[in-house]
Design a protein around this ligand. Structure first.
Ligand SMILES: Nc1nc2c(ncn2[C@@H]2O[C@H](COP(=O)(O)OP(=O)(O)O)[C@@H](O)[C@H]2O)c(=O)[nH]1
Ligand SMILES: [Mg+2]
Length: 504
């Protein structure tokens, strides 16, 4: 795509430009859209296809030149359009709000075409000529991305799975069969999701199991009805070792819907039987084994509250991410986890996934450069009555700090002094405060599990994790290296000032 014509892209020495390719049916408003974007005015007459143009500079403040590429809609130019689409960084797909058939054109032609060309860049659908829209009969995008298989989509599906198109009478036949038994399985636009599922139930009932299996296999499911690993690229979920996954609000709403659906009596307590029902379509519940089985708080009735349910779900996601798709059924059983929600404020809750690491398991933490990267905070618990336990905790703190300084994956740390109900001697408060202050972290939080006094520990953990820069421990060596780097930087700055501005 190194084309220098019309001053658009990738001339040697110039920064790489972004190409936004505009495609859509003839007369939908592509060329006018482009002129309007570039000149901020509506053109009375536009040529059929405009030459490539860069957007005015204020459109790309981050300094990336952006070009809008207009395209032809003539059938004989489709090869050229395909070439543009392959080189696109983003695609704008236009339809005409005044002509519903151009919206249909998206699902019958343009979207399948983009799929066929394997265009994997962001696509923005734009409804042009809003001023001409018939408000009594508005066409909308929902009609295209609507969870309904149109005739053409049904046909694509058939070709993908069975390598043969359906005859027009075939599609009609399918729809008729579904409609007779399940009226909501079909609407004027095609086969609905319920209709599609009903059709498969029908195949299974009639012992045409191979049909459903063929479909499942085509979409990458194996004999255990599990998606093949290669279809779940780790990069999809996990980009860098220190990035984590957050569920979006829609995902949380979906989970809430599932919870409410299966919590039959609506008592915010999902009983073990109800959990089993929830996972009845999966090979098995992922939560019946370590490390999940005891990780979440149980209600007094032995079930899961919605918070506990959501915490386990989040733990599952973070495990999937950090264990890089190791089959979680095979995870080591000596790993102990606890998950729960912590109220950050009245309206916001965060999930804490805590992994217990026994003293002799600590070495594994430093096994590789990235081993501590997924961790948002390290908490060191010591027995306030046992000096050796305090010593060991400070040693570990120094090890974590050193590992962080060496690898660049620094982890904020918090010390916790346990058994506060005992007299905290011989480790005096002064001593522990001095050590933590010297390393640049908060003083230890005192708790007593026996008295049930957690001194707001979980919120404190959350605060430290959310403000990591305030609690990254520094070793003496690390500090002096930092000091040294600062000195070097300062002197370099001084040198460059003298060097470049001899008269200033
Ligand atoms: N009323 C109205 N007409 C428009 C609008 N955008 C484009 N048109 C008209 O629609 C016709 C086709 O536009 P054009 O940009 O050539 O479409 P293209 O074939 O997709 O490039 C022209 O007569 C334009 O003036 C709009 O927003 N409102
Ligand atoms: Mg045009």
């Amino acid at each position: 795509m190194a084309r220098c014509s019309a001053g658009t892209v990738d001339c040697p020495g110039s920064p790489k430009s972004v190409r936004i390719v505009v495609v859509g049916d003839n007369g939908t408003g592509k060329s006018s859209l482009k002129v309007a974007a570039v000149s901020d005015s509506f053109p009375p007459n536009v040529p059929h296809v405009l030459p490539d143009t860069k957007l005015p500079f204020e459109f790309f403040p981050v300094g990336v030149p952006t070009a809008i590429v207009d395209t032809s809609s003539k059938p004989e130019d489709m090869d050229m359009v395909a070439e543009e689409l392959r080189n696109a960084d983003a695609v704008v797909l236009t339809y005409d709000c005044d002509r519903p058939e151009t919206l249909q054109g998206l699902s019958t032609y343009w979207l399948p075409e983009l799929r066929r060309l394997e265009v994997k860049v962001p696509i923005i659908v734009v409804g042009c000529k809003l001023d001409l829209r018939d408000n009594n009969n508005p066409v909308s995008l929902e009609q295209v991305i609507d969870g309904v298989l149109s005739e053409a989509e049904l046909n694509d599906f058939q070709v993908k799975c069975f390598h043969a198109p359906l005859q027009p009478s075939g599609t009609e036949g399918v729809k008729r069969v579904v409609q007779e038994k399940l009226p909501e399985g079909v609407n004027e636009r095609g086969l609905t999701v319920t209709g599609f599922l009903f059709l498969h139930a029908l195949f299974i009932e009639k012992w045409r199991l191979e049909t459903t299996w063929t479909v499942l296999r085509k979409f990458g499911y194996n004999n255990d009805i599990r998606l093949a690993d290669e279809l779940l690229p780790p990069s999809l979920f996990k980009r860098a070792p220190d990035q984590s996954i957050e569920l979006m609000d829609v995902a949380i709403d979906f989970l809430k819907g599932m919870y409410v659906l299966f919590d039959d009596d609506g008592d915010n307590n999902l009983r073990p039987q109800e959990i089993e029902d929830l996972f009845s379509t999966a090979p098995k519940s992922p939560w019946t084994e370590a490390p999940y089985v005891d990780a979440a708080e149980k209600t007094s009735l032995g079930g899961l509250s919605f918070d506990a349910f959501l915490s386990l779900e989040k733990m599952l996601r973070s495990q999937k991410a950090t264990m890089s798709y190791a089959d979680n059924t095979g995870s080591t059983t000596d790993e102990h986890y606890a998950v729960n929600m912590v109220d950050e404020s009245v309206s916001a809750k965060k999930t804490l996934v805590m992994r217990e690491i026994p003293e002799d398991g600590a070495q594994g933490l430093f096994s590789s450069k990235e081993s501590l990267a997924p961790c948002d905070i390290a908490v060191f618990v010591y027995d306030s009555y046992d000096e050796s336990s305090w010593k060991r905790a400070t040693e570990l703190l120094v090890e974590v700090a050193t590992h962080g300084e060496a690898t660049g994956y620094e982890v904020p740390c918090l010390m916790v002094s346990a058994k506060d109900d005992l007299d905290s001697f011989p480790i005096s408060i002064q001593e522990s405060t001095r050590v933590t202050r010297d390393m640049g972290i908060e003083p230890p939080v005192s708790i007593s599990s026996k008295l049930g006094d957690f001194n707001n520990l979980f919120r404190k953990i959350l605060t430290v994790a959310q403000h990591p820069h305030l609690s990254i421990p520094k070793t003496k060596a690390g500090k002096s290296r930092k000091h040294y780097n600062m000195l070097i930087n300062r002197s370099l700055m001084a040198v460059s000032r003298i060097f470049f501005h001899p008269y200033s």
